[in-house]
Design a protein around this ligand. Structure first.
Ligand SMILES: NCc1cccc(Nc2n[nH]c3ncnc(Nc4cccc(O)c4)c23)c1
Length: 232
């Protein structure tokens, strides 16, 4: 997160850190007791390594009473996701067991109505991604407030030039923005998860490349279907 601030400890108890070999690689968030939603691109540089999901954390390094690493029973990428585009950039992670919910570990509701967030709506992103262009990694959770930018404007040059589909949304990225390591985290508008951070052009903090998010409401059928199928 560029240009943001440290979150109050455990004020975002739905946040997940996706870890490979004990290192934070992506964000994610708890959408059900045994399910974390994140971004498919987070699984790209995995080379068959194993994911773990850290819940209940504020600091990535310090011992905290409610921090707990969960093994992943299943990782389900959206079938439309691929390395060439930002399309369908969603990943569902089934935890090895149900998360123990508490004041520090909670489910974040997501938007189920497939209606665009009005441009200008102030939303929040959070994560443990880069806090500087030089690649500084924070130890504690960061957050930033960003206004939604209309798809019509976001699709113009010099912005994203017609690559933003109806299943994506944009936020202004002037100085304050998401960055490497924030992928997979939520965009929260009025207390509801509306988007999932996707890297897009990978540029951070440049107004010419607004932040891009996958619109969760456009994938409710897929999300419910994957979770239901695992219950059978
Ligand atoms: N703001 C959009 C966004 C959301 C999530 C991730 C990303 N960026 C990135 N995703 N993956 C990456 N691999 C390498 N470098 C990256 N960005 C980068 C790194 C240092 C300085 C800088 O200005 C930008 C990214 C960008």
């Amino acid at each position: 997160i560029l240009g943001g601030s440290t979150t109050g400890a455990h004020q975002r108890p739905y946040m997940a850190s996706l870890q490979v070999d004990g290192h934070h690689v992506c964000g994610g968030f708890l959408i059900a007791e045994q399910w974390v939603l994140s971004a498919a691109h987070c699984m790209e540089d995995m080379k068959g390594k194993t994911f773990q999901v850290l819940l209940g954390a504020h600091s990535l390094s310090q011992p905290e009473p409610h921090k707990r690493l969960y093994a992943v029973r299943a990782a389900v990428r959206h079938p439309g996701s691929n390395t060439e585009t930002n399309d369908d950039d969603l990943l569902l992670l089934q935890l090895e067991e149900k998360a123990t919910l508490s004041e520090h570990v909670k489910i974040l509701p997501f938007q189920r109505q497939d209606v665009d967030v009005p441009p200008g709506t102030m939303c929040e992103a959070a994560g443990w991604g880069f806090t500087s262009h030089s690649g500084r990694k924070p130890d504690v959770l960061q957050q930033v407030e960003r206004p939604v930018k209309s798809r019509e404007e976001c699709n113009r040059r010099p912005y994203h030039d017609n690559t933003i589909t109806d299943k994506m949304l944009c936020t202004d990225s002037r100085k304050k923005d998401t960055c490497k390591g924030d992928s997979g985290g939520p965009l929260i508008c009025n207390g509801v998860a509306e988007g999932v951070v996707t890297a897009g052009a990978r540029v951070c903090g440049n107004y010419k490349k607004p932040g891009i998010y996958t619109r969760i409401a456009a994938y409710v059928g897929w999300i419910d279907g994957v979770m239901a199928a695992a219950e059978e």
